[in-house]
Design a binder for this molecule. Structure first.
Ligand code: G3P
Ligand code: MG
Length: 261
């Protein structure tokens, strides 16, 4: 199905300016005039979907250990703002439900990236999509993405009308990275694309060579580069025909991109 994405999607909310994957990041994106954000979803030990990127807590919270070993009550005691700056102290990790409330309040479209902790691909997709399908009814403002083919397979099963994007980047398999580094798509890509009925690929901007972009364009896929944080790179990618960008610094790239209506 054709995807209607804006030119710029705020990465992890708006991670260049506020703590990533927080309600504050969603509000900041909306205040900056963005119309869509990307957020990562994973599960707590007690199977509650939360907005969080890493499998472990150390990088962005005052806690430690694996997210998958913590209950929601334990997760909610943590501070995920102070790593970014003192003025953000006290911010907590949002649940998926809390994030959806703010997205709806601010009238934002959403790219939910299913980011399962190891071995929890099926549960993460099922629980998150179950909740999402009970609340979100505008198909045009939702994109489900994941590195996990298992999670995308469940998405295709549970919510076939929702657009799906395969995330391609450094966390992928070594075979895929080797193929991309030589400027070609992995051998099994077409089979996977067809099987998962993908509308898009979300691809690390570092892999966006002219060759790769052309191959993906030939497959009639929407190509969404992420990590596009520098103006010059955004312009290069636009010249190569790309139209949608995921960025931590939306304002910096917006200023130099040609607006396309
Ligand atoms: O969804 C695109 C992008 O967010 C994938 O990378 O590691 O930032 O979640 P990551
Ligand atoms: Mg992500």
């Amino acid at each position: 199905m054709p995807l209607k994405l804006p030119q710029i999607i705020g990465h992890r909310g708006c991670a260049g300016y506020v703590p990533e994957n927080t309600l504050e990041a969603i509000h900041t994106a909306a205040d900056m005039g963005l119309t869509w954000v990307e957020l990562d979803v994973k599960l707590t030990k007690d199977q509650i979907p939360i907005i969080f990127h890493d499998p472990t807590l150390e990088r962005v919270t005052n806690g430690s250990g694996n997210v998958a070993d913590k209950t929601l009550a334990e997760i909610k005691e943590l501070d995920c703002g102070s790593y970014y700056g003192e003025s953000f102290t006290g911010i907590d990790i949002p649940t998926l439900e809390e994030a959806i409330d703010v997205l709806l309040e601010r009238d934002l479209g959403i790219n939910f990236e299913l980011k399962p902790c190891s071995g929890r691909d099926k549960d993460t997709a099922e629980v998150a999509l179950d909740l999402l399908s009970s609340i979100w009814d505008d198909h045009d403002s939702l994109l489900i993405s994941s590195y996990s083919m298992e999670a995308l397979e469940i998405a295709a099963d549970m919510a076939s009308d929702w657009a799906r994007s395969l995330v391609i980047g450094k966390d992928g398999s070594q075979d895929w990275i080797s193929a991309l580094n030589t400027g070609s798509l992995p051998e099994d890509f077409l089979k996977i694309r067809k099987y998962l009925e993908l509308s898009a690929v979300s691809i690390d901007q570092e892999f966006c060579s002219g060759l790769i972009i052309r191959e993906l364009q030939n497959q009639d896929l929407c190509i969404i580069p992420y990590g596009v944080n520098e103006a010059q790179r955004a312009v290069e990618l636009q010249h190569l025909g790309l139209k949608n960008f995921i960025s931590d610094y939306p304002d910096e790239i917006e200023d130099c991109l040609l607006s396309v209506h």
